[in-house]
Design a protein around this ligand. Structure first.
Ligand SMILES: Nc1ncnc2c1ncn2[C@@H]1O[C@H](COP(=O)(O)OP(=O)(O)O)[C@@H](O)[C@H]1O
Ligand SMILES: [Mg+2]
Length: 469
C-alpha cells in the first residue's frame, strides 16, 4: 500500500448469538461461596453451585493436580450450565477446555490421543522472559531518505531520561517501525532490543502545551528516570498443547489456526515436558493448571476411563470435571454395569456433585431469565403456562417454546407474547412424551417400525432411574 493511502475501517457490529447457556455469567456466589438465590443468570441449585464454587477456588489456588469431579443429575438440571458458570468464574486466564464424551470417536486420531490433547489444552504455562528495552523520551529524530526514493533509509534518534541522553543509529527496519507508529519528538517510547519492536507509551508532560492539535485521547506520561536501557520481564501464557503443536515438526504453528493438528508424537511431548520442567526449575516458567470438562461422560469407553485414571496421576494434570445424566448403566466397551457407566476405580477417585430437579418457582425464574435473554416480552399468564409446561414436560422444551412463540407474536406485530401464542406453539411442536405416544398409536403407518420396542412412552422415565440398557 502506498504511503498516504487511507485505510478505511468500517465499523463492525458484532452479533452475539443467543446460545443455550448465554444467560449464565458466573456461579452467582457471595464472598463466603454461598449461592445467591438468583444471580449472574443462575437460579436455585444452591448446593451444587456452592460445591462448584469450592472447586473453582481449588483450581484457582492451582496446588492440587489431577482431581476429578463428577456432576450427576437428571436431564435439564443445569449440569452443563454449572460448568459454564465455573468457566466464567475462573476467567480467561485459566484454561478451561470443554468437550463432549462423544468427541473422542473422531476418525482423525485415536481416542487416547484426543484425550491427551484435551488434557494438555487445559494446562497453561506462563513463560517469563527477560528482554532488554530502551525506554526514553524522543528528543530528536532524523531520517535520511535516499535521493533515488528507493533503497535503505538511514537515521538517528536521540533519546533521554531525566538523567541522561544518548544518540542511537537506526536501521532500516526500525525506521519503518518509527514511521508506522508516527513517532515524533516529545513521545515516550520503548524499543525492544531483540525484536526491534517500537512501542509508543504516550507524550511527555513537558510537551503538553506544545501543540493545540493533540487530541483528547493523547496520553501524557512522565519522562522516564534512570538508565535508558532497562531489563523488563514479559510473560506469555500458552497451553502445553500449543507448545506441542508448535514444536511438532510435521505440523508447525499454522496447524494452530486450522485446528488440523493430527496426532502428536509421544517423543515430542516427552521433550516438552522435560523442557518445561527445566524452565520451572530455573524460575523461567510456571504452570497454571486449569480444567478439562467432559460433558456426557457416559459416552467415554473403558479405554478412555483407564487412560484418564493414569493421566490423573501426573503432576501436570488439570482438574477434570465430568457430567452425566445416567444412573446404573453399562460401561461402554464392556458388559459390566456401574453407577453412571463409569468404572468403580475411577469413581473412587471422584467427588460427586449432585444436581436435583427444580421446583415450579425455580422453573419460572429460569424461564423469565431466558425470556429476557431472547428479548421476549412474555405476558404473565403466558409465563405461567410455560412454567406448567416445564414441570410437565421438560425445561428444555419450555425454553424452545419461548423462541417459537416469540416469533409468532412478532409476525402479528404484537409487542407481547400472549397465552394464545404459547398454546399455538405447544400444539405445533411436540415434546418427547407426546411424540412417543403418537408413535405408539400410529406405529403401523411408520416405516421401519419395530412394534413397541421404542423406549419412550407416555409414562415419564428419566435416565437417572433406568440407565442405558
Ligand atoms: N440453575 C439454573 N439457572 C439458570 N439456568 C439454568 C439453570 N439450570 C439449567 N438452566 C438452563 O436450562 C437449560 C438446560 O440445562 P442444562 O444445563 O443444559 O441441563 P443438563 O446439562 O443438566 O442436562 C439450559 O439452557 C440451561 O442454561
Ligand atoms: Mg448437559
Amino acid at each position: 500500500m502506498a504511503e498516504g493511502d487511507k485505510l478505511e475501517v468500517r465499523e463492525i457490529t458484532r452479533i452475539e448469538r443467543i446460545g443455550a447457556h448465554s444467560h449464565i455469567r458466573g456461579l452467582g456466589l457471595d464472598d463466603v461461596l454461598e449461592a445467591r438465590n438468583i444471580s449472574q443468570g443462575m437460579v436455585g441449585q444452591k448446593d451444587a453451585r456452592k460445591a462448584a464454587g469450592i472447586i473453582v477456588q481449588m483450581v484457582r489456588e492451582g496446588k492440587i493436580a489431577g482431581r476429578c469431579v463428577l456432576i450427576a443429575g437428571e436431564p435439564s438440571t443445569g449440569k452443563t450450565a454449572i460448568a459454564v458458570g465455573m468457566a466464567q468464574a475462573l476467567g480467561l486466564e485459566t484454561p478451561f477446555t470443554s468437550m463432549s464424551g462423544s468427541e473422542i470417536y473422531s476418525l482423525e486420531m485415536s481416542k487416547t490421543e484426543a484425550l491427551s490433547q484435551a488434557l494438555r489444552k487445559s494446562i497453561g504455562v506462563r513463560i517469563k522472559e527477560e528482554t532488554e528495552i530502551i525506554e526514553g523520551e524522543v528528543v530528536e529524530i532524523q531520517i535520511d531518505r535516499p535521493t533515488t526514493g528507493t533503497g535503505q533509509k538511514v537515521g538517528k534518534v536521540t533519546l533521554k531520561t531525566t538523567e541522561m541522553e544518548t544518540n542511537y543509529d537506526l536501521g532500516n527496519k526500525i525506521i519503518e517501525c518509527f514511521m508506522n507508529a508516527k513517532i515524533q519528538a516529545g513521545d515516550i517510547i520503548t524499543i525492544d532490543k531483540a525484536s526491534g519492536k517500537v512501542n509508543k507509551l504516550g507524550r511527555s508532560f513537558t510537551r503538553a502545551r506544545d501543540y493545540d492539535a493533540t487530541g483528547v485521547q493523547t496520553r501524557f506520561v512522565q519522562c522516564p528516570e534512570g538508565e535508558l536501557q532497562k531489563r523488563k520481564e514479559v510473560v506469555h501464557t500458552v497451553t502445553l498443547h500449543e507448545i506441542d503443536v508448535i514444536n511438532s515438526r510435521t505440523h508447525g504453528f499454522l496447524a494452530l489456526f486450522s485446528g488440523d493438528t493430527g496426532e502428536i508424537k509421544q517423543e515430542v511431548r516427552d521433550q516438552i515436558n522435560n523442557k518445561v520442567a527445566e524452565w520451572r526449575e530455573e524460575g523461567k516458567a510456571e504452570i497454571n493448571p486449569g480444567v478439562l470438562f467432559i460433558d456426557e461422560a457416559h459416552m467415554l469407553d473403558v479405554e478412555c476411563f483407564s487412560y484418564l485414571n493414569r493421566a490423573l496421576e501426573s503432576d501436570m494434570a488439570p482438574v477434570v470435571i465430568m457430567a452425566t445424566n445416567r444412573g446404573i448403566t453399562r460401561i461402554r466397551g464392556t458388559d459390566y454395569k456401574s453407577p453412571h457407566g463409569i468404572p468403580i476405580d475411577l469413581l473412587d477417585r471422584m467427588i460427586i456433585i449432585r444436581t436435583i430437579p427444580y421446583t415450579e418457582k425455580e422453573f419460572k425464574e429460569i424461564l423469565k431469565i431466558r425470556c429476557e435473554e431472547e428479548d421476549c416480552q412474555m405476558s404473565s399468564d403466558g409465563l405461567t403456562v410455560l412454567t406448567r409446561i416445564a414441570t410437565e414436560t421438560s425445561l428444555r422444551y419450555a425454553i424452545q417454546l419461548i423462541t417459537t412463540a416469540n416469533l409468532l407474536a412478532r409476525r402479528r406485530r404484537a409487542t407481547e407474547v400472549t397465552i394464545e401464542d404459547v398454546k399455538k406453539v405447544y400444539t405445533l411442536f411436540l415434546d418427547e412424551s407426546r411424540s412417543s405416544r403418537i408413535l405408539k398409536e400410529y406405529q403401523d403407518e411408520y416405516l421401519f417400525n419395530e412394534g413397541g420396542s421404542i423406549g419412550g412412552s407416555n409414562t415419564k422415565v428419566t435416565p437417572m432411574e433406568v440407565g442405558d440398557n
